[in-house]
Ligand binder design. Structure first.
Ligand code: ZN
Length: 150
């Protein structure tokens, strides 16, 4: 394992053990539930959206290390971002975990989210890594139904 992927592993485990923004947000005006039956991951995302800006964001749920760490890092990355910025970050993140971290992608743009670049080598884990993001998008759109990766 390279030094970089070891560092990435450490960040993922840290966010799994001590997830950031892991609580039910009081005063949330948007929320959604995401389900990844393949792995058993279930994530709830709560948002306080004001004038198109994510003022507060939190999550709860159970699941594997990848799904929890991804939700934790996502919430940490999105506080204060506009809806359009969140959508743009989702697209970059999705491209990275489905096609790999190299090529057209600038890792600096993704910040800490780059720790998931290795996920592209494990297609079954892509759903774990993107579950929180799909749930976030449903919350932003105000959808009520449960988002499923299946
Ligand atoms: Zn999972």
């Amino acid at each position: 394992m390279s030094a970089l992927s070891e560092l990435y592993q450490e960040v993922i485990l840290d966010h799994h053990k001590k997830p950031r923004n892991f609580y039910k947000l009081k005063g949330a005006n948007r929320s959604a539930e995401g389900d990844n039956p393949l792995c058993g991951d279930r994530i709830y995302v709560y948002l306080q959206l004001e004038d198109g800006v994510i003022r507060e964001i939190s999550f709860q749920g159970t699941g594997c290390a990848i799904s929890r760490a991804s939700a934790s890092l996502m919430t940490a990355s999105l506080k204060g971002k506009t809806q359009a910025e969140a959508e743009s970050l989702f697209k970059k993140f999705h491209r990275m975990v489905t096609r790999g971290g190299n090529g057209s992608l600038d890792p600096a743009e993704l910040g800490k989210l780059a720790v998931f670049s290795g996920v592209s080598e494990f297609p079954v884990r892509v759903k774990c890594a993107t579950l929180a993001w799909h749930t976030l998008r449903a919350a932003l759109k105000g959808k009520e139904e449960i988002v499923s990766t299946e």
